[in-house]
Design a protein. Sequence first.
Length: 100
Amino acid sequence: FIPDAIYNALAITSAFKGSPHVDNHDTTFQHVIALGDFTGGYLCCESDDGGAQVLEVDVNCKFARIDGRDVHWVSGWTGERYSIVYYSTAKEHWTDRVCQ
C-alpha cells in the first residue's frame, strides 16, 4: 500500500537493466519497489538538472518515490531482481516537478 501514489499504469520487470533515461510521458511521481534475492540494483537519480549529484536509492523490498521525468537508471546487481513501478501518464494526474 502506497498512501500518496497516483497511478494509472504498472511496469513489472524482471532483470531490467535500465540505462540513464527520462520517462517523458509521466505526469507525476513514480513509486518503485524491487523484489528478489539480489545485491546492488540501486535506483539512481540525478538530483539536479546538471547531473552533478546522483542519489542511489535502495528499493530492495522498500518503496521509493522518484520523478521519472528526471534522469534515472538502475545500477548493476547480482542475483535475481524484479521491480514494480507505479506511474501515471494521465493529464489529470499532473504534478509539478520538484528537485528530489
